[in-house]
Design a protein around this ligand. Structure first.
Ligand SMILES: *Cc1c(COP(=O)(O)O)cnc(C)c1O
Ligand code: SF4
Length: 344
């Protein structure tokens, strides 16, 4: 067994193992865990400074997850858009394949909360052949995104079997992997893994940092190994109330990511998923944060702010208003909020 697998086995999965929880609170959290599983890697646990901080809020179950907030389990209608089990083909030229149903940590705000951590939803070996058949017979798909769950919880051999099968399909031009392990289980990024991955270029990895306190030497080491294997690294952050809904936190996060060679890609407005209502933010909050990034810091530190519309309508960028017309005159708003006349 590899070192990272041993570390994964030592993760905390029961509220009884959480330090600093009193009787009644612990009992309430135990009720949550019966519905939505808990797993916290020792690495992620070590990032907590105090109960209720932004790291804690992402990983420790909250009784509000059981509130009936009137939301559905699958607001993006991913299951409707599934031509074969585990594959989501929503956009013309790319598809998402859920290759794993487990993660090194179960994020409390996860949009696939209904599925992750449930072994019964794990992809069956037979259904992988169905996916390869669908992909091979759908030439429009040139970009395949491995997601889950976390694809990097598969072992190197299993992952390589998937990558080599995908590479054998001529019209698949590029492969992306979405993974949170650089944040939650950085020891998973081994030299051996990187040596294997670099044989499947063009390969892109999008990771998922949500707070500057997640950027520590272990995660920097993981991103360096991946970047040195020639893998362009992007980051998808979820805007979360009480975690990063603050311009100075978000600026520190984006700048910190560039220091570890990770390029901010998306800032996701939180999806309307049942059990995550306590993380909800307003669109104005997200726009306000984007207005404090654009122009004030490197353009490379500025992600796209996107909303994934319910009903499978897709991701849409939400932008501050920068263009107005007054009769014939065109007005453009500068990043400092000043409207200037533009003749061009
Ligand atoms: C986000 C997403 C993609 C990838 O979108 P990009 O904008 O290309 O990063 C593809 N398929 C689905 C279903 C998605 O949700
Ligand atoms: S790592 Fe991703 S898929 Fe896994 S629980 Fe967190 S947000 Fe969900």
């Amino acid at each position: 067994m590899e070192n990272w697998q041993k570390q994964l086995e030592r993760s905390i999965v029961s509220p009884a193992e959480l330090p600093g929880l009193e009787g009644e609170e612990r009992a309430r959290i135990e009720g949550v865990v019966q519905r939505y599983p808990m797993r916290i890697s020792l690495h992620y646990l070590s990032l907590i400074e105090r109960a209720g901080d932004p790291i804690w809020r992402q990983c420790v179950p909250d009784p509000r997850e059981l509130d009936d907030d009137g939301q559905t389990d699958d607001p993006l209608d991913e299951e409707q858009l599934s031509p074969v089990p585990g594959l989501i083909h929503r956009y013309p030229d790319r598809a998402v394949w859920l290759v794993s149903s487990t993660c090194a940590m179960y994020c409390r705000f996860c949009m696939r909360k209904r599925q992750v951590g449930c072994p019964s939803l794990a992809p069956q070996p037979g259904s992988r052949d169905e996916v390869y058949d669908y992909l091979a017979s759908t030439p429009a798909i040139r970009d395949i995104i491995l997601s889950g769950g976390d694809p990097l919880l598969l072992d190197d051999g299993e992952l390589e079997r998937i990558l080599s099968r995908l590479r054998a399909i001529p019209h698949i031009e590029m492969i992306r992997i979405g993974t949170r392990v650089p944040v939650t289980l950085p020891s998973r990024i081994t030299a051996r893994l990187c040596a294997m991955l670099k044989r499947y270029h063009p390969l892109y990895i999008n990771t998922h940092f949500n707070h500057p306190a997640e950027i520590v030497p272990a995660s920097a080491r993981a991103s360096t190994l991946l970047a040195d294997a020639g893998i362009p690294l992007g980051n998808q952050t979820v805007l979360l109330s009480g975690v990063n809904d603050d311009p100075s936190v978000m600026t520190a996060l984006m700048q910190g990511l560039l220091r570890i060679r990770v390029r901010p890609y998306y800032l996701h407005h939180p999806d309307l998923v049942k059990g995550t209502g306590h993380f909800r933010c307003t669109l104005e909050c997200g726009i306000g944060i984007m207005e404090r990034l654009r122009g004030y810091t490197s353009g490379l530190a500025t992600p796209y702010y996107v909303v994934d519309l319910p009903g499978g309508k897709g991701k849409v960028p939400v932008l501050p208003e920068h263009l107005r017309r007054r009769g014939e005159e065109v007005l453009i708003r500068t990043y400092r909020g000043e409207w200037v006349s533009y003749d061009g």
